[in-house]
Ligand binder design. Sequence first.
Ligand code: HQG
Length: 182
Amino acid sequence: SAEKNRVSTSKFLSLVLRHKPEVVGMTLDEEGWLSIRDLIASANERGKHLTLELLHEVVATSDKQRFALSDDGLRIRASQGHSISGVDLKLDEQTPPDILYHGTVAPFIESIRIRGLQRRSRNHVHLSADEATAIKVGLRRGTPIILRIVAGQMQRDGHQFYLSANGVWLTDAVPTQYLRFP
Ligand code: HQG
């Protein structure tokens, strides 16, 4: 179906634009952009059906607005979620709300209590502005456990926060003293 095609294309774009551009034999530029024309050509050469129309449809309908187009419409990048080192989205530092949220699951809690929130395989720790979003993030892994981050205090203490184009708050790590467990 068209919906299945969109979801699979969204997953393909996430793979290429966040983690492994090498699957289409490409590299991202330093700010994470890829030429749309080259991407479509390379994908099709490798048997992955992709058209400009499908790409635009996926960008427009993505539930989390995962992808952004450059102003000239010629390039595409993921708005967050990268694991590739060397990609710097060049986001401006932002003042976060007093409290941010992180949805996780029980098996990680003991380690988080000891080490704080770590970025793991990604380039940043991902935080949500509202609890409902954090619940959805946690649900990907099981029964969500919602941690609160005292982000305002954390920033006043010198930690940097960034807001992705699709509303996800990013930071390098959350030390334990800024975490509140349920
Ligand atoms: C956990 C999705 C043990 C952390 C979502 C999380 C988000 C620790 C997992 C985005 C830990 C990493 C990111 C520690 C953190 N010990 N576990 N010290 N510190 N963790 O997927 O935040 O659909 O890299 O709690 O909506 O789950 O892909 O991060 O469970 O915005 O667009 O380690 O991905 O967006 O998992 O999700 P992830 P995340 P998309």
